[in-house]
Design a protein around this ligand. Structure first.
Ligand SMILES: *Cc1c(COP(=O)(O)O)cnc(C)c1O
Length: 396
């Protein structure tokens, strides 16, 4: 590449400096090189329901969605998204003005931040964060202000005083994620009510990433922020078919909110991808209408997998922070006499033939995340059993 430009200016612009490669590429390459089982990246190793796959095939064959679908998404899917919000949460977005289909939640996040932020704005987000948040805030020219989730009694908690203190006169929006990746925390009604109160009091917008809305276990309950008093008019709610229906490759996501918010987000979205995934949109419309039994079985299946991996990790000597949602488990490496998650994860493939992700990469305050590592458990039981067996060597 040398000689391509005469200046010494770096090719990657300043906003994206530091976002060169993601940890997932590095760790997946390491998994491949060492023949390790990869519990780093979070995608299921079993595809979603056969009838939903068939619906995609039918759409392709019938010529539905093979050409540019409508900018806001196909009407069938927008109607299904609105019906889903009504059925599960009693919300009633208008499919024509309050729903926007996106290229996965990833584009929904990017478009929301690019649309709603001015350079210099501050965004308060829960740390550790999903990896695209920091990059999108940076691309919008805004500044991220992390509020650290801290473990207490086996669960990562939001400190409401810390959240209040993070809001300044420059804060434009709160970027919330519940159920939360990577910690598996599901924010409680009390925590959400406090976030809502703060947003109303300080007149903030809220972008809430709820892609794990259906992956909650035990007594945990997912409550959308948009259902709290005063939140309807200020909340952009984001979700996606990837996690709920185990089709992460389809990249069908969506935004719901007031017509004003959705119009703003669409203004950015139309110049990112314009549209995507035409035939898959029809299939996801059918998926959203699956009976309650689908969701119940999905949860039961993942809960069993969580318990299987959690037991294996505990037996290997980790302290497990049992997740109430998502398909990730965070483990504390300190009981193994280790303190540096990054070094630990780099060595783990050689030591035990398993790949995990050091959670510190999702923090600005890296030291706060140093002793934690993340494992995905959306894998077949036999894979999780093999992981448990391999990790037993760590206990010595
Ligand atoms: C997977 C994930 C996304 C991305 O969803 P896509 O629909 O695949 O773009 C967004 N947010 C969180 C927290 C995720 O875990």
């Amino acid at each position: 590449m040398a000689g391509m430009t005469s200046s010494t200016r770096p090719l990657l612009n300043r906003r994206l400096a530091g976002f060169g490669t993601t940890i997932f590429a590095e760790m997946s390459a390491l998994a491949l090189r060492t023949g390790s089982i990869n519990l780093g990246q979070g995608f299921p190793d079993t595809d979603g329901p056969e009838e939903v796959r068939e619906a995609a095939v039918r759409a392709l064959r019938d010529g539905r969605g093979n050409q540019y679908p409508p900018g806001p998404g196909v009407p069938e899917l927008r109607t299904a998204i609105a019906a889903h919000q009504q059925r599960h949460y009693g919300l009633s977005p208008d499919p024509d003005t309050e729903v926007l289909v996106t290229a996965g939640a990833t584009e929904a996040i990017a478009a929301s931040l690019l649309a709603l932020l001015e350079p210099g704005d501050e965004v308060v987000a829960l740390e550790p964060y999903y990896d695209s948040y920091a990059a999108c805030v940076a691309m919008a020219g805004a500044t991220r202000v992390p509020v650290t989730l801290r473990p207490r009694e086996g669960r990562f908690h939001l400190d409401l005083d810390e959240l209040r203190d993070a809001v300044t006169d420059r804060t434009r929006l709160l970027l919330i994620n519940t159920p939360h990746n990577p910690t598996g925390t599901v924010l409680t009604r009390e925590e959400l009510a406090a976030i809502a109160e703060l947003a109303v009091e300080r007149d903030l917008l809220v972008v809430t990433d709820e892609v794990y809305e259906h992956l909650v276990f035990d007594d945990a309950e997912h409550v959308p922020l948009a259902t709290f008093p005063g939140m309807r008019d200020r909340t952009v709610t984001i979700s996606s078919a990837g996690k709920t229906f185990s089709f992460t490759g389809w990249k069908v996501g969506w935004v719901t909110g007031t017509p004003e918010l959705v119009t703003a987000v669409r203004s950015a979205k139309q110049y990112l991808t314009y549209v995507s995934a035409g035939p898959f949109q029809y299939a996801v419309a059918e998926a959203l209408a699956l009976p309650d039994a689908y969701y119940t079985e999905l949860r039961a299946d993942l809960r069993a997998k969580r318990d299987l991996l959690a037991t294996g990790l505990t037996e290997a000597g980790f302290e497990v922070l049992r997740p109430a949602g998502t398909y990730f488990i965070t483990a504390d490496i300190r009981p193994l006499g280790e303190t540096d998650g990054e070094a630990f994860c780099l060595a783990l493939p050689e030591r035990a033939g398993v790949v995990a992700i050091p959670t510190s990469v999702f923090y600005d305050h890296r030291e706060a995340g140093a002793p934690y590592i993340r494992f995905a458990f959306c894998k077949q039981p036999a894979v999780l059993q093999e992981v448990a067996k391999r990790l037993k060597t760590l206990a010595g």
